[in-house]
Design a protein. Structure first.
Length: 384
């Protein structure tokens, strides 16, 4: 196959015009000047497809259902609503959300699943990636773990790699966090989404302490940050993705870098819930791989990867440590792939094997496309 678009986005977000991309046996064989005037891709842009590094397909039906509110009342409300839905409702939500991911140019996702339905939704939509099957141990640990194992088996039966994952620093017990980390399998943990986690692990204070008292769970603060707490449990390693990492100090960033963890950055969700501004540029300067995630429609809103890229730029400017459009495009593609260990070279370079997306570009720079783009610009995905 030879693709001759107007514009190609090469590795690092560099724009190249007048070249054709030749694909043979699932790999990019050559990138060279057009060898023919016959072009089926006139007016189009070719990029590595987007990777949604953190997703909750199963909450799509909550789009627009929750009023705008800060993180703590929001998470309590989501926890209340979750079990009131039927499995058919959740499956339909996941199917719709999977198709909308494809429609916005996403070829692979890191899906956080609580039900046995995301695997089928991903398989039917042709989405690649992984499922992190959430393990929450607050309250009824034995029952929850066996339920998560059953759901993981169902999801995995659709040929999507599925891994039990500790839901978050504070909703999964220390012993379960340590046990799951020990497997060495890919895992994703919601971590340092707010400063409440640090209040809890440093001093045993705040709303998380109140929640533990409600569940009659002993509070024994280790006197360190949430991310240092994960380190003490052996939960920071090269197969760990930390989701959010908003309330991260310089020391936390050094820990993440030293252990080779990856990060999922969900800027629209973080802005909506009033989370601290995540230190993404600093993490990337320390060579931490950061993917971009659309989280759930319950906090991020409509499934639109262009809106997510715009929000990543906005958050970085608000923090005073800006990311460039090229940085964000890299996070949206190759770094996102690395952040969920797709184990493919997800760039447009010779020898690589990314999935690809063809777009009708609004402008000729990645900055223009991020600023003006929307899902209807996506023409099609090409799966290598
Ligand atoms: Zn999440």
């Amino acid at each position: 196959m030879i693709l001759r678009p107007d514009v190609v986005v090469l590795a690092g977000g560099t724009i190249q015009t007048g070249v054709e991309v030749c694909i043979q046996e699932g790999r990019i064989d050559a990138i060279r000047p057009w060898t023919s005037a016959a072009r089926a891709e006139v007016g189009l842009l070719l990029s590595a497809a987007f990777v949604n590094a953190h997703s909750h397909l199963e909450y799509y039906d909550l789009l627009g259902k929750l009023e705008s509110m800060p993180y703590w009342p929001w998470i309590r409300e989501v926890t209340r609503i979750k079990p009131t839905r039927s499995i058919d409702q959740v499956a339909e939500a996941a199917t719709t959300a999977a198709n909308l991911n494809v429609a916005t140019g996403v070829a692979a996702i890191g899906e956080y699943s609580d039900w046995p339905v995301s695997g089928e939704a991903m398989a039917k939509a042709g989405l690649r990636g992984r499922i992190f099957q959430e393990v929450i141990t607050l309250g009824e640990s034995e029952q929850k773990l066996s339920q998560a194992k059953r759901s993981a088996a169902t999801n995995a039966s659709h040929a999507v790699p599925t891994h039990l994952s500790a839901h978050s620093t504070y909703t999964t017990s220390g012993s379960a966090l340590a046990l799951l980390a020990k497997t060495g399998e890919p895992n994703a943990i919601h971590a340092a989404e707010t400063a409440f986690e640090n209040d809890f692990y440093e001093r045993g204070e705040g709303p998380i302490a109140e929640l533990y008292r409600q569940f009659d769970i002993e509070i024994d603060p280790p006197g360190c940050s949430a991310i240092a707490y994960l380190d003490s449990l052996g939960a920071l390693h090269e197969q760990t993705q930390l989701v959010h990492a908003c309330a991260s100090s310089d020391e936390d960033i050094d820990l993440a870098a030293r252990h080779g963890v990856t990060i999922a950055h969900c800027p629209r969700s973080n802005l909506a819930l009033g989370c601290p501004l995540a230190p993404i540029a600093r993490l990337r300067r320390k060579d931490v791989k950061v993917g971009l995630g659309m989280d759930s429609a319950a906090s991020s809103g409509p499934i639109d990867f262009f809106a997510e890229m715009r929000a990543a730029i906005e958050v970085s400017h608000l923090r005073g440590d800006p990311l460039s459009a090229e940085d964000v495009w890299t996070m949206a593609t190759s770094e996102g792939a690395d952040s969920i260990w797709l184990r493919r070279d997800w760039r447009i370079v010779e020898g690589a094997n990314p999935d690809l997306v063809l777009l009708e570009p609004r402008g000729r720079s990645v900055s223009d496309i991020i600023t003006k783009g929307s899902p209807p610009d996506v023409v099609r995905l090409i799966r290598l």
